[in-house]
Design a protein around this ligand. Structure first.
Ligand SMILES: [Zn+2]
Length: 414
């Protein structure tokens, strides 16, 4: 219990400190247009960027606090009652586990709904991003509920079955199962799940297509893997990403990005994504996750039947599914403090991809222009606090990326 409280309160305090530092930093520097953005953004745009960051940060704080209160309420009020009730039902323990996590998922989903609605229909609309209709929002919700119910149902049933029938070695077999399941999902996601939400098509613009093909030929990739997606039906935010493994590997460009960027900039963004592809970033992350999950599962095995885990939270019964929830809460509290490791790896990958963009296009200029446009179009925070960046940022801050690209150009010229 003491460990839980230390981790739980530590997370709240540290999160609060970082947020205050970040907001304070913005308050002090928010009126300065960074030199690289001179002439690109005016004071009005900068003010809008700052307000957007403030608004998002405020919403995030409220959502985090709601989540924390809810977590405590579930742990100390609901959990003992729910476990007691389920134990009294004449149901197989796998069914009990499914109902148990189903109830928790519904509570979490309902609690998060107002924040999602506010963000989509108020905040994002206020800044002119949101284009989504109520009908689309609702169909998205229904589809994701169905998909996650099926996937979570399969994973949880399998997990419970391993624990029940292989009490000494379940952690290993569960790891084998999860690894296979994760690889399968990563492979299927671009071709089965993502198309349920969007239409993926080959790039339509013929002239751009030819340029893309010649860029891809340089690295021995085929244009078959380049798609555009109709994200404009949800929001005006612009983006591009790399996804899939094996034969389903692909680079996806938002239609909004294609509409707002010049051909040169689009090619630079594409070259950046090719960098992720060529440097095998998804594969490396996958291997890291697989290794981490083996260690994690073995730890769960060691601790999940330990009686003090249950008695610390006032539980009289010790059904293993309740233990899984408790262990996962410890994991997520403790895992929060390890965020900088994942963030640092991701930032290193982004720098490698930026380097590739420079190498493939032979110059940093288009990538720098693309980054500037991305920042302006998405109202990015140009003044994040360094500690906030260190802890959370998956990408280096824009100014840093631009500086890095500029240095590469200077190296070229000397
Ligand atoms: Zn990237």
């Amino acid at each position: 219990m003491i460990l839980f409280l230390v981790l739980f309160l530590g997370r709240i305090i540290w999160r609060y400190i970082l947020q205050q530092l970040n907001i304070g930093h913005l308050r002090n520097h928010g009126k300065e247009i960074p030199p690289v953005f001179q002439g690109i953004i005016d004071e009005a745009t900068l003010a809008k960027m700052v307000d957007y960051t403030y608004d998002n940060s405020r919403l995030e704080t409220k959502e985090d606090l709601t989540d924390d209160v809810l977590e405590l309420a579930i742990l100390f009020l609901l959990l003992p009652v729910l476990v007691g009730e389920l134990a009294g039902l004449p149901l197989h323990i796998i069914w009990q586990a499914l109902i148990f996590f189903g109830v928790l998922a519904v509570i979490g989903g309902v609690a998060g709904m107002p924040f999602d609605l506010y963000q989509t229909f108020v905040l994002e609309r206020k800044y002119g991003f949101s284009t989504i209709t109520w009908k689309l929002w609702l169909t998205d919700l229904i589809k994701s509920v169905i998909i996650s119910t099926v996937l979570m149902g399969i994973m949880l049933s399998a997990f419970m079955a391993f624990i029940l029938y292989l009490p000494k070695s379940w952690w290993f077999w569960a790891w084998v199962f999860f690894t296979a399941f994760e690889i399968l999902l990563l492979w299927l996601f671009p071709v089965v799940i993502a198309p349920l939400f969007n239409k993926y098509e080959p790039i339509k613009d013929e002239e751009l297509k030819e340029k893309i093909e010649s860029l891809l030929a340089k690295v021995g990739l085929k244009a078959k893997g380049i798609y555009q997606v109709d994200e404009g039906k949800r929001s005006k935010h612009t983006n591009a990403y790399f996804t899939g493994i094996g034969k389903t590997k692909r680079i996806v460009l938002y239609d909004t990005l294609l509409a707002s960027h010049s051909q040169e900039e689009i090619l630079a963004v594409l070259a950046h994504e090719i960098g992720h592809w060529k440097k095998k970033h998804i594969l490396k992350q996958l291997i890291f996750m697989i290794a981490a999950s083996l260690v994690g599962l073995y730890f769960v095995y060691l601790i999940v039947n330990w009686p003090p885990l249950y008695s610390a939270f006032g539980l009289k019964q010790t059904p293993v599914y309740a233990g899984l929830l408790l262990v996962s809460i410890y994991f997520s509290c403790a895992g929060f403090f390890f965020s900088p490791i994942g963030a640092a790896i991701s930032r290193r990958y982004e720098r490698e991809a930026d380097k590739m963009a420079h190498e493939l296009t032979g110059t940093s200029e288009p990538m720098i222009n693309a980054l500037k446009r991305l920042a302006k179009d998405n109202l990015s925070n140009l003044h994040p606090h360094p500690w906030y960046v260190w802890f959370y940022y998956s990408h280096p801050p824009l100014i840093e990326r631009i500086e890095y690209l500029k240095i590469m150009d200077q190296k070229n010229n000397t």
